[in-house]
Design a protein around this ligand. Structure first.
Ligand SMILES: [Fe+2]
Ligand SMILES: [Fe+2]
Length: 437
C-alpha cells in the first residue's frame, strides 16, 4: 500500500522528458544480464532516474538493522565523470525505523510519494533530515521512495528518487504513474540485486580461500584492487569516448576479474606463501606459477566473464618492458610449465595492465608486517618512475589523474589490521633490488 503525503499539485507530467514504458521493460530485461553488484546498482539507479527525470537518487541496501547508502547519483552536485562521491557515501548508514523516510519504507515495505519534504504533515512518524541539504546547499523537494522487495518478500533495500524535473529543468512533483512504474521496476531490480549479491558473496568466498593461503590477499585489499581497476578503466574509457554500453559491460566483468587476480594462490603451498623471510629462487618460481593455476580455473571456458578473469589471473605480473612473467605459455594445462620470456607492451592484455597498476599501488600503500605503509606520494612517484618499464605509461597518467577517487576507495575499504605477508608483488620488488622497502 502506498502512501501519498501532501496533496499533489497539478503536475506537468506529460510535458516531462523521460522514457516510455517499452524502454523501461527492455531495461528490466537488460539488468538481468549484469553480473557485478556495483555495475547493477549504477544501472538501476540511472535508469530509474532517467525514466522519471529525477535529478538525484540513492540506493540503500539493508545490512543487519541498518540501511547503507550503497549508490548515490546527483546531477546537480556530482558532475558527470566524478566518481569519488559514491565511495564517500559508502560508509554512511541510517537505522531502520519509522523515524526517517527511507527507514520507514524499509521497515513497512510501503512506498512514499512526497511533493515537498519540507512540508510533511505532522501526523506521520517520519521526518525529513535536512542535514545533507544544509551541508551542500542542495534543495531536496519532491521525492519518490520505493522498497526493493524480492519475489520472496524480502526487503533488500530502498530506491529513493529526488526532484523530478519538467522539460525546462524546474523541480516538480512525481506523479502516481511514476510511482506505479518505479514500483514495478524496483521489484525486478530487487530480484536482480539478490542474484548479484549472491555472486559477489561467492566470489568473496573464493577470495577467502586464497586468503587462507596468502594472508595479504584480504577482502579489503581485493575490493580496493577491484574498485581501482574499474575507476582507472572508466577514466581511460571516457577519455577515449568508449560507447556507454561497452564501458558498462567491461566494468561489469573487470571488477570481478580484478578481485580474483591472485586466486591461483590456492594451489601454492603454505610452506612457501607463509614462509617468513626471503625466498629461494626455487620458491620464488613456485609462487610465479599462481598465474598459471589461476588461468587454468577460467581459460578452459569461453564466456566473456571467464575470458577476462583468465586474462587477469594469467597476466597481472607481466611488465610493459617484458621483464615480467609468466610470458607466452603454449599450453597452460601442460604438466611442466616453462616460464617466460615476458610479454611486452600491448601484447599484455589491457585488463591485466590495469590490474597490475591497481594491485601494485595497493600493496605499496598498505602496511605489511615487514614494511611500513608507503606515503601516497612515494607510491605515485614509484608508478611514475616505473612507467614505461613495468607499467603502461598512459594508464599510469590516467591513474594519477583520479587521485581523489582512489582516496575515497581507500576510505571505503579499510583493512581490519595490517596483513602479515605478501610473498608476491613485494618479493618481485625485492628481487629487483629496488631498495624500496
Ligand atoms: Fe599475483
Ligand atoms: Fe594482490
Amino acid at each position: 500500500m502506498a502512501k501519498v503525503i501532501a496533496l499533489q499539485q497539478p503536475s506537468p507530467y506529460l510535458a516531462r522528458p523521460g522514457k516510455d514504458l517499452n524502454e523501461l521493460l527492455s531495461t528490466i530485461e537488460n539488468i538481468y544480464h549484469i553480473k557485478d553488484l556495483d555495475s547493477l546498482l549504477e544501472i538501476i539507479l540511472r535508469e530509474a532516474r532517467h525514466f522519471v527525470s529525477a535529478d538525484a537518487g540513492t540506493i540503500y541496501l539493508v545490512s543487519g538493522s541498518k540501511l547503507y547508502f550503497s549508490y548515490v547519483q546527483n546531477d546537480t552536485l556530482i558532475p558527470a565523470g566524478s566518481n569519488k562521491n559514491r565511495y564517500l557515501a559508502g560508509n554512511l548508514s541510517i537505522p531502520i525505523n519509522t523515524n526517517s523516510i527511507s527507514g520507514y519504507v524499509a521497515m513497512t515495505g510501503e512506498s512514499l510519494l512526497i511533493d515537498d519534504v519540507y512540508d510533511i504533515r505532522s501526523s506521520v512518524s517520519f521526518n525529513f533530515n535536512p542535514e545533507f541539504d544544509k551541508k551542500t546547499s542542495y534543495r531536496t523537494k519532491s521525492i519518490l521512495v520505493v522498497p526493493l522487495t524480492t519475489r520472496d518478500d524480502l526487503i533488500l533495500g530502498v530506491l529513493q528518487l529526488i526532484n523530478a524535473k519538467d522539460g525546462r529543468g524546474n523541480v516538480v512533483p512525481f506523479s502516481m504513474q511514476d510511482r506505479l512504474y518505479i514500483s514495478q521496476f524496483a521489484q525486478s531490480a530487487a530480484n536482480a540485486i539478490e542474484k548479484a549479491k549472491l555472486s559477489r558473496e561467492m566470489v568473496l568466498r573464493l577470495v577467502e580461500m586464497a586468503e587462507l593461503r596468502d594472508p595479504s590477499e584480504t577482502g579489503p585489499h581485493v575490493k580496493r584492487v577491484g574498485a581501482f581497476a574499474v575507476e582507472l578503466y572508466d577514466a581511460w574509457a571516457r577519455a577515449h569516448s568508449v560507447p556507454e554500453k561497452e564501458l558498462l559491460d567491461t566494468k561489469d566483468l573487470l571488477r570481478t576479474a580484478a578481485i580474483l587476480h591472485d586466486l591461483g594462490k590456492v594451489a601454492i603451498s603454505d610452506a612457501i606463501l607463509k614462509k617468513p623471510g626471503p625466498l629461494t629462487d626455487e620458491e620464488r618460481n613456485a609462487i610465479k606459477l599462481h598465474t598459471i593455476y589461476g588461468a587454468r580455473l577460467f581459460l578452459r571456458s569461453n564466456s566473456a566473464w571467464d575470458r577476462m578473469a583468465g586474462e587477469v589471473t594469467l597476466n597481472h605480473h607481466e611488465r610493459w618492458d617484458g621483464t615480467g612473467y609468466p610470458g607466452n605459455i603454449p599450453d597452460i594445462s601442460a604438466d611442466r610449465i616453462e616460464l617466460g620470456p615476458g610479454k611486452t607492451g600491448k601484447e599484455i592484455p589491457f585488463s591485466a595492465r590495469i590490474v597490475s597498476i591497481a594491485d601494485t599501488f595497493d600493496a605499496l600503500v598498505s602496511a605489511r608486517c615487514y614494511k611500513e605503509m608507503w606515503e601516497e606520494q612515494k607510491a605515485f612517484k614509484y608508478l611514475v618512475d616505473q612507467s614505461g618499464r613495468f607499467f603502461d605509461p598512459e594508464l599510469v597518467r590516467t591513474f594519477i589523474g583520479i587521485t581523489d577517487t582512489i582516496r575515497a576507495i581507500q576510505g571505503k575499504y579499510v583493512d581490519a589490521q595490517p596483513t602479515e605477508h605478501h610473498n608476491d608483488i613485494m618479493h618481485d620488488l625485492e628481487a629487483d633490488s629496488l631498495s624500496i622497502l
